[in-house]
Design a binder for this molecule. Structure first.
Ligand SMILES: Cc1ncc(C[n+]2csc(CCOP(=O)(O)OP(=O)(O)O)c2C)c(N)n1
Ligand SMILES: [Mg+2]
Length: 242
């Protein structure tokens, strides 16, 4: 649950769909302050069935917030198929139209298409033309998390049968055909990226891991939410012995 004020990255909350209302509020605040900053938020297919998704769309359309609302439709919400979240009909993108919000549906495994629609939505927000909703059609090949076993709820061959392919391989092929990339360059890039990820992981681990200790104090979970801690939270902290 990280955030970085310095990079304009507002916190990711663990409660699904709250990110949408936060992003819309953040964008509204930016517009009210006459700032040029715009906001973007991402939500999963399953999470669009949360009421916060709809609240965010009401506020985004009513106040023409400079926000990009992205829906990553990866077909699954842990073990629940996306058809359940959209009531078995229509598309997720179509939900935007009822609110008067321009909505696009894009092949989420086509890097260039994703880039193009994101640029278009960014331009709209920057020109103060209001929000855009984008549905990215993609597929979650792996499990939801390291504790999830997809073979318990979907056919084992489903991921191989997914027609839109692997986005990295598609981009690679496209660039090689156009003469802008090569197999050798690809191998080199993969090694460079892997190295960067390992370095970042090592740096993160210097702040402590679950196994190695160095954990923050329990007291810290009570901090950083309220400017002045309300009495009931203070009592909880005391009960916890901190
Ligand atoms: C309000 C709320 N309910 C349930 C959860 C537990 N939970 C975490 S991820 C997840 C599934 C999300 O699926 P989806 O929205 O499709 O996103 P994806 O992980 O596929 O990108 C659930 C139910 C949660 N974090 N917050
Ligand atoms: Mg999903």
């Amino acid at each position: 649950m990280y955030s970085s004020k310095e990079h304009g990255f507002f916190t990711i909350s663990g409660n699904l769909a709250t990110q949408y209302v936060q992003a819309v509020g953040w964008a509204m605040a930016s517009a009210i302050k006459n700032d040029t900053k715009i906001a973007a938020a991402w939500i999963g297919d399953g999470s669009t069935a949360e009421s916060d998704f709809h609240s965010a769309l009401v506020f985004a359309s009513t106040y023409k917030a400079p926000v990009i609302l992205n829906i990553v439709n990866n077909q699954w919400a842990i073990s629940t198929f996306q058809g359940i979240a959209r009531g078995g009909s229509g598309t997720f993108a179509a939900r935007g139209l009822g609110f008067g919000i321009p909505a696009l549906r894009v092949d989420g495994n086509d890097y260039l298409a994703v880039y193009a629609v994101s640029l278009w939505a960014t331009e709209r927000a920057r020109r103060n033309l209001g929000p855009t909703l984008i549905e990215y059609v993609t597929y979650r090949v792996g499990g939801h998390s390291s504790s999830d076993d997809p073979s318990a709820y979907r056919p084992k061959t489903e991921s191989e049968a997914w027609p839109l392919g692997d986005p990295v391989l598609r981009l690679k092929k496209h660039l090689i055909v156009r003469g802008a990339w090569s197999e050798e360059r690809h191998v080199q890039a993969e090694a460079e990226i892997l190295d960067e990820v390992i370095q970042a992981q090592k740096e993160a681990e210097t702040h402590g891991t679950l196994h190695a200790g160095g954990k923050p104090s329990v007291r810290d979970i009570f901090e950083g939410v309220y400017a002045e801690m309300p009495p009931h939270i203070r009592r909880q902290r005391q009960k916890a012995g901190y």
